[in-house]
Write a protein that binds this ligand. Structure first.
Ligand SMILES: [Fe+2]
Ligand SMILES: [Fe+2]
Length: 273
């Protein structure tokens, strides 16, 4: 099974850049084209939040058009802090799970060799993430319902520090409570996040947690404690999570841009002196 993770598209109304300089709609279209070209094709796509930039219906219209035009496989989406939950739910109601819960965008996906648990960490109007008591209870109950199948938790806000201070200030709050839930559920192998616009990997409880790079702009890699918030136009990328027949999960970062190659390796023959 091949799962493509696309994150932080930050789509804008047609003709408008994000953050004054980022042509996110063009970048997203290029990224969807790259996903469409993949051979083998992914079995499913997860969208891990910040699908649009301000949460307006016009931005979701752009997303729906792109999804219809380029993706043929099932799409599983959750919101990020730039999304507006009510507009997200209205625009994406046809996607599986999006309206399953009456209040949040949270659901489990059962039909693959690994189970996906899609988690809504959004606090309306705030950049940080948080799980309220009801979402904590839902997560605990949902994980307890299937303890054997390898499980991937998908959430926008990382429950760990990246070392990029201005982003860590808006990570998942009360991450200790989330980690305590993970510790009770050894079937969770991976935690897939967005939000930080960079490829980052860490351990959370026993699981491997990762942040996928953005399909648009990246956050500057500055690990100085008081680093200013800044974006850079480093290569847009997405991740491919390959579930092996043994149900191990192996992850690759794939770039949207096409580069020269591939060229065959031609090793010169070694001749005896
Ligand atoms: Fe983002
Ligand atoms: Fe975000």
């Amino acid at each position: 099974m091949l799962l493509a993770q696309l994150t932080d598209l930050h789509l804008r109304p047609p003709g408008m850049p994000a953050d004054r300089v980022v042509e996110t709609n063009m970048l997203a279209e290029r990224a969807f084209r790259a996903v469409r070209r993949l051979t083998p094709a992914p079995d499913a796509v997860v969208l891990s939040g910040d699908l649009v930039d301000t949460g307006s219906p016009a931005e979701y219209d752009v997303l729906v058009t792109l999804l219809r035009r380029y993706l043929r496989c099932p799409v599983f989406a959750i919101p990020g802090n730039h999304d507006r939950r009510e507009n997200f739910r209205a625009a994406l109601a046809d996607l599986p799970g999006v309206t399953e819960d009456a209040e949040f965008v949270q659901y489990a996906v059962e039909e693959y060799p690994v189970r996906l648990v899609m988690l809504d960490t959004v606090v309306p109007g705030a950049p940080h993430g948080e799980l309220c008591a009801r979402r904590h209870e839902w997560l605990e109950r949902t994980l307890a319902a299937e303890t054997e199948k390898p499980t991937i938790v998908v959430m926008h806000h990382p429950p760990f520090d990246s070392g990029i201070g201005h982003m860590d200030a808006m990570k998942l709050r009360d991450a200790e409570a989330f980690v305590a839930v993970m510790e009770r559920h050894r079937q969770v192998q991976r935690i897939l996040c967005g939000h930080v616009h960079r490829a980052v990997t860490a351990r959370v409880a026993h699981a491997i947690a990762s942040i996928a790079p953005s399909m648009a702009h990246q956050v500057a890699l500055d690990l100085a404690p008081s680093a200013p918030s800044a974006l850079v136009m480093e290569p847009a990328a997405f991740q491919l999570h390959h579930v092996t027949p043994a149900r191990e999960i192996v992850s690759h970062t794939a770039y949207v841009e096409e580069y020269p190659g591939p060229f065959p390796f031609l090793t010169p023959a070694v001749t005896a002196a």
